[in-house]
Design a binder for this molecule. Structure first.
Ligand SMILES: *Cc1c(COP(=O)(O)O)cnc(C)c1O
Length: 429
């Protein structure tokens, strides 16, 4: 009897330690916890907005209120609400005086929303390489890419982890180059105890559907410079000046319509009240995850920049293909079989390998100033290596303790299995 029990227990523990792709039981037994993003708070705000009788920002109260509340949240003197994160970056570039032929230094792993506004200003994106640990700009590569045409550095705080701002600021300040922070993925992230967005001339936040908080689409620029704030206001409103809602139509520079409506601001206000809770729950879950995954062979965890308290928009890891004798695709396949919400390669390839850049095909039949630069594979080796080997885990503030332990279990099973398969293959030769 004892032997039968032992044999059964043995078989069970073996099938518990076998990954699902090798016939074991799936690590995830129930779906990841989720909660509804929008509810009664948003509805009440929307009803109030409609009851105003106008959805125009200059006639209603919601956009103005959101701006004051977001400025207070971010600890900045001014906030300007816009129609998208992309629009915030465009507004900040305009306010910083970026003009055709100027160069703007950017990282090659980001959303196109960081890059498109540079091109629309007629300016030239210059791609600097990134660090393996945080996947953020490498200050030494930033420095190497500075020329006498460099007008601004667009720093992206990827996945809610701040870039190495001390080093980047020193490089920029010495040469009086503007820093614009792309905080689209970093609501609530701090550096040296200060909310990101306050470390350069402007911080640009996105409120699109996929960010920490959302109003469908929208954005907020924060700045501590009153003149810069005024230029941002003009830059999102066709360069009209407004006195008590009445427009004076004498634009003195080229500017688009990037205004936020009262409906967007209504939803964003309700969302902002949830942001502290969203960020703190993500910190607990991802902090715990990092602790419990540390030491797994073949897995590189995201490295948090010193003095940064990250806000974890997603969780970006890298695998070591040599240790595992497997590609990121193969490992991702095994993790997905366990029920993990993971994908390989994040944006696929660095931005500079997109056809737009390789072919310089910005416009239909005329050149854009970026023809002055060659783009293509090889520009940023670290970025290319990171995209080849990275695995991205979706994170949500609603994830539970059970979600955490099943996630840890899945990673341990899958990585140990790949490592042991490799050892067996090596032993057999
Ligand atoms: C989402 C995002 C943007 C663009 O924001 P939109 O609101 O979609 O225009 C820009 N930069 C980064 C890093 C982003 O993640």
């Amino acid at each position: 009897m004892d032997t039968i029990r032992e044999v059964t227990a043995n078989a069970q523990s073996q099938s518990a330690s076998l990954p699902a792709i090798a016939g074991g039981r799936q690590a995830k037994t129930t779906p990841y916890t989720r909660e509804l993003r929008y509810g009664d708070d948003e509805l009440k705000e929307l009803q109030e907005a409609l009851a105003q009788g106008s959805l125009f920002f200059a006639h209603g109260a919601k956009v103005r209120q959101l701006e004051a509340e977001y400025a207070a949240y971010a600890g900045a003197a001014h906030a300007i609400a816009t129609s998208s994160g992309t629009a915030t970056i465009h507004a900040a570039l305009m306010a910083a005086g970026v003009s055709p032929g100027d160069e703007v230094i950017v990282p090659p792993i980001t959303d196109m929303g960081s890059i498109v506004p540079i091109l629309f200003q007629g300016a030239i994106p210059v791609f600097a390489d990134i660090e393996f640990g945080s996947a953020n700009l490498d200050p030494s590569s930033v420095e190497k890419n500075i020329t006498d045409k460099t007008r601004a550095i667009l720093v992206v705080h990827l996945a809610g982890i701040a870039a190495n701002m001390d080093a980047i600021k020193q490089i920029a300040d010495e040469r009086k180059i503007a820093i614009i922070e792309d905080c689209a993925q970093a609501h609530g992230c701090t550096y040296d105890g200060v909310m990101v967005g306050n470390l350069g001339i402007a911080g640009c936040y996105s409120l699109n559907e996929f960010k920490h908080i959302s109003c469908g689409d929208g954005g907020v620029v924060v700045t501590n410079d009153a003149r810069f704030a005024q230029r941002c206001r003009l830059s999102i409103d066709k360069a009209y000046t407004r006195d008590f809602g009445k427009a004076r139509r004498s634009p003195s520079f080229l500017a688009n319509n990037y205004r936020m409506t009262e409906l967007q601001a209504a939803v964003a206000r309700a969302q902002l009240r949830k942001l502290d809770s969203i960020v703190s729950r993500r910190r607990v879950w991802c902090g715990e995850l990092s602790q419990r995954l540390s030491g797994i062979r073949g897995l590189h965890l995201p490295e948090v920049t010193p003095r940064c308290d990250p806000s974890w928009w997603f969780y970006l890891m890298r695998i070591d293909p040599e240790v595992l004798n497997a590609s990121a695709d193969r490992v991702t396949e095994a993790l997905r079989a366990e029920g993990m919400p993971v994908t390989a390669h994040y944006i696929g390839e660095p931005i500079y390998q997109y056809p737009l850049f390789v072919n310089h095909s910005a416009f239909d039949h005329a050149d854009h100033p970026f023809v002055a630069r060659q783009y293509g594979k090889g520009l940023c080796p670290n970025a290319e290596r990171i995209l080849d080997t990275c695995i991205m885990l979706s994170v949500n503030e609603a994830y539970s303790a059970k979600d955490l332990s099943e996630t840890v279990n899945a990673f341990e099973k899958v990585f140990n299995w790949f490592a042991s398969q490799r050892r067996m293959a090596v032993a057999a030769t």
